[in-house]
Design a protein around this ligand. Structure first.
Ligand code: BF8
Ligand code: SF4
Length: 632
């Protein structure tokens, strides 16, 4: 199978092959054929009597696990646990930010502060914290405590849920018992009900999984709010992408993982240590680049280049020019130190819960953030001195990419067209058909799919049909790598109606060119930015999100986080496409609930379609169905 369509990845894969370096693609091939029980979700290891597996063909093999669990129960339990895994990841990220904010309020985090006071006040007002007579630092403490309270069991619904969705959606969640009592307790409840001998009704288990995913949405919304308050709400910024953003004459440091708490401080210190890097022989100083969502966080706030994303993270080391990769957590391959051992690259872990054997660990701590960042950067400078020029092989591939299209920015751009009623231009263009609908591209690259192939084919097919594209996480990374976050891409690929709208908005924004073909809305945790726009439109029209021509897709989904996001997208009422067949096919009942019954219950439902052209047709049909429902 072709491994990637990304030119820089293709070049580095040749380097890997020539040097005998094993990458994720080799390890995938070594796993083939993958286990059919696992692939269909029919394997259970939830107790020590297992593993149990069900005969997927229903022929002569077992139909039940040792405890009596059916195929439906085993598949539903596996899916619910994946959702809990994703939810715990996003929630932990959000909780980390809440702790940082709390430390700031207690004078224990000197490198942090309130970067965006307008957003801070807007969030305080939304969540119901009175501002009168209190300093920002005191208010930060109030907000952090309210945020931390969201994680435990409480009687009232989570504040970040009830204040950010439509009243109709909240009512539906209450009716269906889908309001999580707290974010951590949502995860704990899934772990409880999916252990041996608890929930043995597949549909009930799936509802439990959906409830947890609603908690995932809540934690993500909270995470984005706190990031914006601490580090600034993104505004449009021109950046660049691909492995060609590494520089031969600079100390190259990649920030990798998910949380901006560390990378923001590294960025602040990189300039301060420039002279040391120059003295070490790097005339361009320290060149900070991003990998995965930490990279996207600093890209959208500061224009830091996105070198690559999750699936191709090892390839950054193969350039021979990466001096250090500083990682926090999530989507970081345990293989990094192994690959780095053939180069001079320092892999630096920073979080107590995310160490990797073979990496250097420098434990991060907000109290001494600046000092820790300098320590990390000095390690990178030391590594640079050991760089082997003969091994430097940076692919000459870069693309410009516009980032920073937060919900606030999108509304501001629309306000340039209609200051009194910013959403009106968007709604009018949806009604008149210039915009058929909106599609949120999210999720990962998956080694089972030629890297970027689904992303690029699907987005081109949808923009040709005048679908407005928002993108996050590795979807945004993929589009950046292929030059699709640009005005030129709009000119080349967008249908006439969409092009006219993006051109008018680009002109109003003073770009002198259309807005990019896809709007980079942030990192993975920022998918709620797109949800907030959909909610604002729905509230303005007095309808629910489930009636709007809005869909979502994760054409190359890989991680549990993508599963939990996809599930809350369905819970919010969105037709949600997945381009990778998830491990649920062992239960026709589970498949039916996810792809059909969910539509009756929630309005949203999953569309599983590996073929991009067929997926585009199904998403366009879903948008047209929604339009017909609204009479437009
Ligand atoms: O959180 S899109 S591979 S990097 S899980 Fe990971 Fe998937 Fe990328 Fe960011 Ni999101
Ligand atoms: Fe087997 Fe049931 Fe134990 Fe799962 S919980 S491993 S199906 S006995």
């Amino acid at each position: 199978m072709e491994r990637s369509i990304s030119p820089d990845s293709i070049l580095m894969l040749k380097t890997a092959q020539a040097g005998g370096v094993t990458t994720v693609w080799d390890r995938y091939e070594a796993q083939l054929p993958q286990c059919g029980f696992g692939e269909t979700g029919l394997c259970c290891r939830h107790c020590l009597q297992g593993p149990c597996r069900i005969d997927p063909f229903g022929a002569t093999g077992p139909k039940y696990g040792i405890c009596g669990a059916s195929a439906d129960v085993i598949v539903a339990r596996g899916l619910a646990r994946s959702i809990a895994g994703g939810t715990s990841s996003h929630s932990a990220h959000a909780k980390h930010l809440a702790h940082t904010l709390l430390k700031f309020s207690r004078d224990e985090a000197p490198d942090y502060g309130i970067k965006d006071q307008a957003k801070f006040y807007a969030v305080l007002d939304r969540v119901g914290i009175q501002r009168d007579g209190k300093s920002d630092q005191e208010l930060a403490g109030d907000l952090a405590r309210l945020a931390l309270d969201e994680f435990s069991e409480r009687e009232a619904p989570p504040v970040w849920l009830k204040t950010t969705i439509t009243p109709a959606r909240m009512q539906k969640f209450e009716q269906l018992g889908l309001v999580p009592p707290g974010l951590d307790s949502a995860v704990a409840e899934v772990m409880h009900r999916t252990t041996n001998g608890v929930d043995a009704d597949a549909v009930n288990i799936l509802l439990g999984g959906i409830k947890c995913a609603v908690g995932d949405y809540t934690g993500m919304y909270l995470g984005t709010d706190l990031s914006d308050i601490l580090f600034g709400t993104p505004t449009p910024v021109m950046a660049s992408a691909n492995l060609g953003t590494l520089k031969a004459d600079a100390v190259n440091v990649a920030v990798h993982g998910h949380n901006p708490v560390l990378s923001e401080v590294i960025l602040a210190q990189a300039e301060a240590l420039r002279a040391e890097a120059v003295a070490a022989g790097a005339p361009q100083g320290i060149n900070l680049v991003g990998i995965c969502c930490t990279g996207l966080e600093v890209m959208m706030r500061h224009g830091i280049p996105s070198a690559t994303n999750s699936l191709s993270q090892e390839l950054a080391i193969l350039t021979g020019a990466l001096d250090a990769a500083v990682v926090d957590y999530q989507c970081i391959m345990p293989s990094l130190p192994t690959v780095a051992s053939q180069y001079h690259t320092q892999i630096i872990t920073t979080m107590p819960i995310a160490k990797i054997t073979g990496a250097t660990h420098i434990e991060f701590d907000e109290k001494q953030a600046g000092e820790k960042a300098r320590q990390i950067l000095r390690l990178a400078i030391e590594a640079f001195k050991k760089r082997d020029p003969a091994k430097v092989n940076i692919p000459p591939v870069t693309n410009p990419a516009m980032a920073g299209m937060s919900a606030e920015t999108i509304v501001k751009v629309l306000a340039l067209v209609n200051p009194d009623d910013p959403l009106k231009p968007l709604i009018d263009n949806m009604v008149n058909g210039n915009i058929l609908g909106v599609c949120l591209f999210a999720g990962c690259n998956d080694v089972k799919i030629t890297q970027d192939k689904n992303f690029v084919a699907l987005v081109k097919a949808l923009v040709a049909e005048n679908v407005l594209i928002l993108c996050t996480g590795c979807a945004a990374g993929s589009f950046a790598r292929h030059g699709l976050l640009t005005s030129a891409a709009t000119e080349k690929y967008a249908g006439a109606g969409l092009k006219a709208v993006l051109t008018a908005l680009g002109q109003a924004a003073g770009l002198g060119a259309p807005l990019p073909m896809a709007l980079h809305t942030g990192s993975c945790v920022d998918n709620t930015r797109a949800a907030s726009i959909a909610t604002a439109i729905a509230n303005k029209l007095g309808v629910d999100v489930s009636q709007l021509p809005v869909v979502a897709t994760a054409p190359e989904a890989a991680m549990e986080k993508a599963v939990s996001i996809g599930t809350w997208a369905v819970a919010m009422g969105l037709p949600t496409h997945v381009g990778v067949v998830p491990p649920v096919t062992g239960s026709p009942l589970v498949v039916q609930v996810l792809t059909q019954t969910a539509k009756d219950l929630l309005g949203g439902y999953f569309i599983v379609e590996p073929d991009s052209q067929a997926a585009a047709a199904k998403l366009v049909a879903a948008l047209k169905e929604r339009r017909a429902g609204l009479g437009i």
